[in-house]
Ligand binder design. Structure first.
Ligand SMILES: Nc1ncnc2c1ncn2[C@@H]1O[C@H](COP(=O)(O)OP(=O)(O)O)[C@@H](O)[C@H]1O
Ligand SMILES: [Mg+2]
Length: 219
């Protein structure tokens, strides 16, 4: 359960497990608690009551410092508004995703270049965010989230600021990355995008009202 100051109960009785290798859509109207859920799952915020475990670690038992380390190692974030550093080139922005890795700078840069190539931006390495389209900016943000090979990628309305065409291109990435084994949760209020995801968790008024798994062959 999550109750904000002022008494808004944004999440209530949510019981959700995301397994390794899943691609999940978290779907619901504006104000239903999707971003709150992402913050709690992503350990950016703590629940008022209830338990959150990431990669076997009980979040409540960790200090803020340990929690930051866990987050840096295990979770990648993508937000609607990209959150790229305006003064840095694409490759420098992606290398920021390895800030806590302890790797030498040259290695961070090489990995960042590889991640940018992976999202189809090999020819935009030196572009600054203002020299990129919205869809390209979001692909840089996805590369930054993935370069550290997190166990879980969380995306909050990644296509919310994009037109349909570039949103479609951006949404090809979660599918491709999931095929390669990444565990991904995509938050969206767009039912068309959600329909293409193998599992959909529907949330309304802070509660999970449906959880469907379909389309994926379980061997
Ligand atoms: N920091 C906050 N303080 C107080 N209330 C909040 C805060 N963040 C979100 N809320 C409220 O919690 C509910 C869920 O919000 P949110 O998780 O952002 O929904 P969604 O992402 O689905 O649009 C809303 O009623 C919202 O007004
Ligand atoms: Mg939201």
């Amino acid at each position: 359960m999550k109750e904000y100051a002022g008494g808004v109960r944004a999440l209530d009785g949510v019981d959700l497990t995301i397994g390794a290798g899943e691609l999940v859509g978290i779907v619901g109207p504006s104000g239903s608690g999707k971003s709150t859920l992402l913050h709690i799952v992503g350990t950016l915020d703590r629940p008022t009551s209830g338990r959150v475990a990431i990669a076997g670690h009980d979040v409540a038992r960790l200090t803020d410092r340990r929690l930051s380390a866990l987050r840096a190692r295990h979770i990648g974030f993508v937000f609607q508004a990209f959150h790229l550093a305006p003064g840095l080139s694409a490759v420098e922005n992606v290398a920021e995703g390895l800030f806590y890795s302890g790797l030498p700078r040259a290695r961070r840069r090489a990995l960042a270049a590889g991640a940018l190539a992976r999202v189809g931006l090999a020819d935009r390495m030196r572009h600054r965010p203002h020299e990129l389209s919205g869809g390209q900016k979001q692909r840089v943000a996805i590369a930054r989230a993935l370069v550290g090979q997190p166990d879980l990628l969380l995306a909050d309305e990644p296509t919310g600021a994009l037109d349909t065409a570039s949103g479609g291109t951006v949404m090809e990435l979660p599918h491709a990355l999931n095929d390669e084994g990444a565990t991904i949760a995509v938050i969206t209020h767009d039912t068309e995008i959600a329909q293409r995801l193998p599992r959909q968790v529907r949330i309304r008024d802070g509660r999970v009202v449906a959880d469907s798994t379909r389309g994926k062959v379980v061997l």
